[in-house]
Design a protein around this ligand. Structure first.
Ligand code: SF4
Length: 435
């Protein structure tokens, strides 16, 4: 069976393309064209599709999507906790989930999460490759076996750090933060130990064969992404990006769908350039960015630093934002952190979509604004991005002034009744109407 990319190249509209078109209120022909050009992907493993996957599209003609990373760590692992995190992420509106588990039984965790995951599900297979062994001991056979196994389990997209090459490593000397990607660091250690090229690069054609068979989408990893503002847009990052451009073309020629991962920590003024250069080098393949975080000095608030960067990234060229939680750089996130991270990234994505003028994107904003100016609290809260939090905060505030029933309140505690401009504005409108 053909991949979505091969199907699109034959100018055939698959059920998945049709489903994405319906969800996004866009023509299926346009989805098919963008897919064929490599500018849009539908990460949908054939086996996950047969189970419970609702196909989603990622590309510039569509709304910006948000991914939530979950997963156990080597010192804290519980499948129940990860399922809770996935539920929190989906409830908050995550469009995709990545399981980055490195602790406990990785296969069991992945299979249990996948069985309950209706959205595209991604992994970084190299994490499992080193399970129970030192990185120096891994070889091509082990890598292929893990990748094939995860494809058979139904994973929809794989982060593959094939772009970090031996010749890039000397460029890291001037860096402040070095390598911050786990996959990038593991592969760099392997290359230095064996004095050999990155095995994922060497066996890239074999990987394409496996990914095409199950239609697993490549997410070409940025193992040399800058991990601090000082390292942004440096030589190492750009050298890897050039290799990612070459690999994008090779994978697409082999019939595979491809996304490309991007930075990282980037000052606000460099985001536009980063988005444009990726689009050029990778010929419009969907760009999947982590953040980007626009300052290093806000641990505890990196869902905010990344949302600021995320809006700019999505405005200038990214199609897919990986969330960042308030726990980033500090510890393994819990379900509350996951929720806060997804909401922040959804705000970033939506703000960019409005600014890009995507059809229908601002309809919810208009509905909410109308409800707000009519003091229609029920609709105001229901139309908000996070109705649960909005309702909780409003109810708490109402209780403070002894108003229990929301529809009866024609002001809130922010300004008080006398000073409520929304209420006064309502009166002004009535007066104008009656004149
Ligand atoms: S009291 Fe102030 S904040 Fe509250 S609804 Fe009226 S204008 Fe808005």
């Amino acid at each position: 069976m053909a991949t979505q990319l091969q199907t699109a190249r034959n100018a055939t509209i698959s059920a998945e393309m049709k489903s994405v078109a319906d969800r996004e209120n866009i023509s299926a022909e346009l989805i098919c064209e963008e897919l064929a050009a490599g500018r849009l992907v539908i990460p949908a493993n054939k086996l996950h599709l047969k189970a419970n996957l609702q196909p989603a599209g990622i590309g510039r003609i569509l709304t910006t999507k948000v991914n939530a990373n979950i997963g156990t760590s080597s010192i804290s692992s519980s499948i129940e906790a990860e399922i809770q995190k996935m539920e929190a992420a989906l409830d908050a509106g995550a469009d995709a989930i990545m399981d980055l588990s490195t602790g406990g039984n990785l296969d069991d965790t992945r299979c249990k999460l996948l069985a309950q995951c209706p959205v595209p599900f991604g992994t970084v297979p190299i994490y499992q490759v080193i399970e129970g062994r030192d990185v120096e001991d891994i070889d091509e056979k082990i890598i292929l076996a893990v990748i094939e196994k995860q494809a058979q389990q139904g994973v929809d997209f794989f982060t593959i750090h094939a772009g970090v090459l031996q010749e890039h490593l000397p460029l890291l000397e001037k860096r402040v933060g070095g390598i911050v990607s786990r996959g990038g660091a593991l592969l760099a250690k392997w290359m230095l130990y064996h004095n050999r090229q990155n095995p994922l690069y060497e066996m890239f054609d074999d990987l394409c064969g496996i990914l095409a068979e199950y239609d697993v989408c490549f997410s070409l990893g940025d193992g040399l992404r800058p991990g601090c503002i000082a390292d942004a847009t440096d030589e190492a990052q750009m050298a890897e990006l050039n290799t990612l451009g070459e690999l994008t073309q090779r994978a697409q020629e082999a019939g595979c769908q491809v996304m490309v991962e991007g930075p990282g920590h980037v000052p606000f003024d460099q985001i536009q350039y980063n988005m444009q250069i990726q689009q050029k080098i990778c010929r419009g393949a969907p760009f999947y960015v982590l953040g980007p975080v626009v300052t290093d000095i806000a641990p505890g608030y990196d869902h905010i630093t990344s949302a600021i960067g995320g809006t700019a990234a999505a405005f200038y060229g990214a199609s897919f934002l990986c969330y960042v939680t308030p726990k980033e750089h500090l510890g393994l996130p819990n379900a509350d952190d996951v929720r806060a991270g997804v909401i922040a990234a959804k705000i970033a994505a939506h703000a960019a979509d409005i600014a890009r003028g995507l059809k229908g994107t601002d309809e919810q904003d208009k509905k909410l604004s109308l409800a707000r100016s009519n003091l229609d609290w029920k609709t105001h809260l229901a139309e908000s991005l996070d109705p649960k939090t909005a309702e909780r905060l409003h109810t708490e505030a109402c209780k403070e002034i002894g108003v229990d029933k929301l529809p009866s309140a024609d002001y809130c505690t922010m300004c008080g009744r006398q000073w409520c401009s929304v209420r006064i504005n309502k009166e002004i409108r009535e007066m104008i109407k009656n004149k």
